[in-house]
Design a protein around this ligand. Structure first.
Ligand code: NDP
Length: 460
């Protein structure tokens, strides 16, 4: 049987783009289907625009810090619609760049909504006014599902008043008072962004601390520091319902330490996790099995229960991070089209939360190391200090750095940090941890002075 394509990729996000371009480089005839801007969550409404907002929000702290360095105090003003527009322009520029890269790689971009009709046939429906091509049927020898994930919203009264990270970039007006539900990556990052932009932020967390799964010292230090910076964090608090009144949006809360109600001017941002984007894909018609929350079930080669259909990225709900999706996409293409079988290495994935201050981590937390190795086999090195930068700003904010070491082998099995440039520092530390560096190797490395990073080689 002949097919229209050697490979059809559904979803032009990080994983899909990486796989499509690599497969085309191996000589495959590739089409990629997308129903929104090329680039996916990371480029269009995630990592990239989020980090731009983080940069924007840091200026208010810099203005304050500058006074300690002899600059005159000023009262800066900020215009949200200007920032939102500039960020949107940059997103569009990047999306067009990715579209050009597809073109240069000879990957055909097909605009529209894809659904399986059977395991080799995909129907693409493009109903947008500018490109109404109706429904087309396309066939492919192999298919890659890379449709990503979407924010979850709870089923509570008034949920239509909620925002997710999808809409927050497009707010027409800066909220004066913003409630954020959830204490994970997105909640913590947007709390820092809006706090820096001088919106009053109230973060509502159902547990007793933010960032579940991260090292306890890191979680506690970040939570304390966010509070010092003026963010209200209501822990062990649940949201019952939302109501619109003339005053704004009212949140009805449950929790011993929480007020019964809280009124914000407009916005309630929900960041309570994401679920794989598999609705309406017709996976049953293709014979592709799903696991929890609708994730596509895959083996170590990203192969689904239908041997010629593969899936990468958030839709598989493995490690939901952009670099992981990219590597899964490339590993798939190397294996299937490049004759160089390669499975992704999920060990020691570094990750950062672009909170303020920043968090970054690689390897095991203290608690995970104790579970795996037993308490007596784990040695902890910890350093808490005021960074040199703050010696003149008057701020008391501290940096925390921590190493987790396997006592038996002396290998460093975890590195964690809260503080300025944590992501930049931990990315480099991740190389040594991945190579199996011992604490002695860290100690044998000359310090780079004066820096924050030198603390990782001087901890005793
Ligand atoms: P997370 O899974 O990181 O955090 C979800 C938060 O919501 C947790 O605090 C969780 O509490 C809470 N929660 C879950 N369900 C409910 C509920 N029903 N009611 C109230 N609270 C609830 O999700 P995010 O949405 O913040 O981010 C999604 C994913 O996106 C991340 O996990 C990450 O993979 C990715 N991401 C990565 C970024 C990066 O690399 N910097 C940035 C942004 C996103 P509890 O802890 O008690 O479960």
């Amino acid at each position: 049987m002949t097919y229209d394509y050697d490979l059809l990729v559904i979803g032009a996000g990080s994983g899909g783009l990486a796989a499509a371009k690599r497969a085309a480089r191996y000589g495959a005839k590739v089409g990629i289907i997308e129903n929104d801007l090329v680039g996916g969550t990371c480029v269009v409404r995630g990592c990239v625009p989020k980090k731009l907002l983080v940069y924007a929000s840091q200026f208010s702290h810099l203005y304050q810090d500058a006074v300690g360095y002899g600059w005159d105090a000023i009262t800066p003003s900020f215009h949200w619609p200007t920032l939102a527009q500039i960020v949107d322009n940059e997103v569009n520029r990047l999306s067009q760049l990715h579209t050009r890269f597809l073109d240069q790689s000879k990957v055909e971009l097909i605009l529209g909504q894809a659904a399986f009709l059977d395991s080799h046939i995909i129907e693409v429906h493009n109903s947008s006014a500018s490109h109404d091509t109706g429904k087309r049927k396309l066939t492919a020898e192999r298919i890659l599902i890379a449709t990503g994930s979407e924010a979850v919203l709870p089923d509570i009264p008034g949920i239509e008043l909620a925002l997710t990270s999808r809409e927050v970039f497009k707010l027409p007006k800066q909220p004066k008072k913003l409630a954020i539900i959830g204490g994970g990556y997105i909640g913590v990052e947007f709390a820092g962004i809006f706090n820096g932009l001088v919106t009053e932020v109230i973060q509502i967390v159902r547990g007793d601390n933010i960032l579940r799964g991260f090292d306890e010292d890191i979680r506690t230090h970040l939570q304390d520091t966010m509070r010092q910076r003026g963010i209200t964090i209501l822990t062990e608090t649940q949201l019952d319902r939302l109501e619109k009144t003339t005053e704004g949006t009212v949140l009805f809360l449950k929790g011993d330490a929480a007020p019964a109600t809280l009124t914000v001017d407009a916005a309630v941002l929900f960041a309570i996790g994401r679920v794989p984007n598999t609705a309406d894909l017709g996976l049953d018609l293709a014979g592709v099995a799903q696991t929890d929350h609708g994730a596509v079930a895959v083996n170590e080669w990203s192969q689904t229960t239908q041997p010629h259909i593969y899936a990468v990225g958030d839709v598989t709900n493995r490690a939901n991070l952009t670099p992981v999706a990219i590597d899964e996409g490339r590993a798939f293409a190397d294996t299937v089209f490049g004759n160089t079988p390669r499975a992704v290495n999920y060990a020691n994935i570094p990750t950062a939360v672009f909170s303020q201050p920043e968090v970054a981590t690689v390897g095991l937390s203290e608690a995970e190391a104790i579970v795996q190795l037993g308490e007596k086999n784990v040695k902890i090195y910890r350093s808490t200090f005021r960074p040199l930068y703050h010696s003149l700003t008057g701020a008391t904010e501290k940096t925390v750095m921590k190493l987790v070491v396997d006592q038996q082998s002396n290998r460093v099995i975890g590195a964690h940090m809260v503080g300025k440039e944590a992501a930049e520092i931990i990315q480099s530390v991740a190389i040594s941890i991945n190579m199996g560096a011992t604490k002695q190797d860290f100690d044998n490395t000359m310090a780079l002075h004066p820096s924050t990073a030198e603390e990782f080689v001087t901890m005793r």
